[in-house]
Design a protein around this ligand. Structure first.
Ligand code: ACO
Length: 323
């Protein structure tokens, strides 16, 4: 049996920057409202690249960062809810794009928790000795499924991709992971897929795939699950919050993270945030945050980092990473 470590991170966001002021020209909103309610100042919006393009570029950066060659990758998992094709999968497109000719590739969907789910699957395969080097990616072009006339949702999201390389290792680089789902409240965060449409049904095709959300319910769920996930990791790994260097939560909303940070008094600075720059990029946020932290020189060997994702489903996932 082998351990697993994170050996590289990468991310990619489209060039087009859309500020809160830009949005105030499209819907009845303001920089003041968006900044004070969410912490978001701007986001990137895809104008020519789709979900698989963003995923491929994030993957190339993660490969470079880890010094792993594309041919060495034996597993590729892309987490997304905004695929640019049903067939082939985004993972197969990435595999072709980067030339990972020895990999098996597939997609998974767990909304904003997607990257944590993908990590958990890859970690399990590696621990079982089935694969040695995995590429996991969260990639989203949420701008395709936003109702640009609905100020309640369109101001919250952005497009982007985050990637990680996981490798078999003698060091226990991911000693703990947990994923979970509770569909009893699935209706608080939804985006419809294709409706029934064939010559034998009376159902009428419904073209609206818009993200719809009960913000207050999501807020309550998020603060509870983040706090619980952190406390579970500390208890199960026999650690205290003092032992942790960074906590990287799904970047949905400044107020969610700030609320949780108040429960860990004196450790506010450990909660990394970059949602002012990118908004909520769903399954991509944690990968983008880790890559930004790496570029800023914040991540150092031996550090302990807690990751917590949460999202539609409702779903959640957490990990303790020894960097
Ligand atoms: N600009 C101006 N006014 C707005 C906007 C906007 N963009 N959006 C909503 N409003 C208005 C509403 O219409 C409402 O007006 P009314 O009182 O006249 O009806 C008023 O602001 C208050 O609306 P609320 O929904 O009560 O606003 P709230 O303070 O709850 O903030 C928010 C909304 C930011 C979504 C909040 O509920 C929240 O933080 N929720 C967490 C969920 C979240 O962040 N989701 C992200 C995606 S989900 C995920 O990633 C898992």
């Amino acid at each position: 049996m082998s351990f697993v470590r994170v050996s590289g991170v990468g991310s990619y966001v489209p060039n087009k920057v859309v500020t809160n002021d830009d949005l105030s020209k499209i819907v009845d909103t303001s920089d003041e409202w968006i900044s004070s309610r969410t912490g978001i100042k701007k986001r990137r919006i895809a104008t020519s690249e789709n979900t698989s393009d963003l995923a491929g570029k994030a993957a190339l950066k993660a490969l470079k960062n880890s010094a792993v060659k594309a041919e060495e990758i034996d597993l590729i998992i892309v987490a997304t809810t905004t695929s640019d094709s049903f067939i082939p999968s985004m993972a197969c497109k990435v595999q072709r794009e980067i030339g990972a000719k020895n990999a098996v590739s597939f997609d998974i969907a767990a909304a904003c928790s997607g990257l944590m789910y993908a990590m958990s699957i890859a970690r399990t395969y590696i621990i079982a000795g089935i694969y040695k080097k995995a590429l996991v990616i969260g990639s989203e072009v949420l701008s395709k499924v936003l109702n640009w006339e609905d100020r309640n949702t369109c101001v919250l999201f952005g497009d982007g991709a985050g990637a990680m390389i996981l490798e078999a290792s003698d060091l226990d680089g991911i000693p703990f992971m947990d994923i979970g789902s509770d569909p009893t409240k699935y209706e608080v965060l939804t985006s419809n897929g294709l409706a029934l449409s064939n010559p034998f049904t009376e159902c009428k095709a419904d073209a609206a795939h818009y993200v719809e959300m009960n913000g207050k319910e999501v807020f309550k769920f998020a603060v509870n699950i983040i706090e619980k996930s952190i406390n579970d990791i500390l208890e199960k790994e026999n650690l205290t919050i003092e032992d942790i260097d960074y906590i990287v939560c799904h970047q949905a909303n400044y107020r969610i993270i700030d609320y949780v940070a108040k429960s860990f008094k004196g450790h506010r600075e450990k909660f990394y945030m970059n949602l002012d720059e990118y908004g909520n990029t769903s399954s991509a946020t944690i990968g983008i945050a880790l890559d930004n932290m790496n570029d800023l020189g914040l991540l150092k060997k031996g550090q302990k980092i807690i990751l917590v994702g949460f999202g539609g489903g409702l779903t959640w996932g957490s990990a303790l990473v020894n960097w």
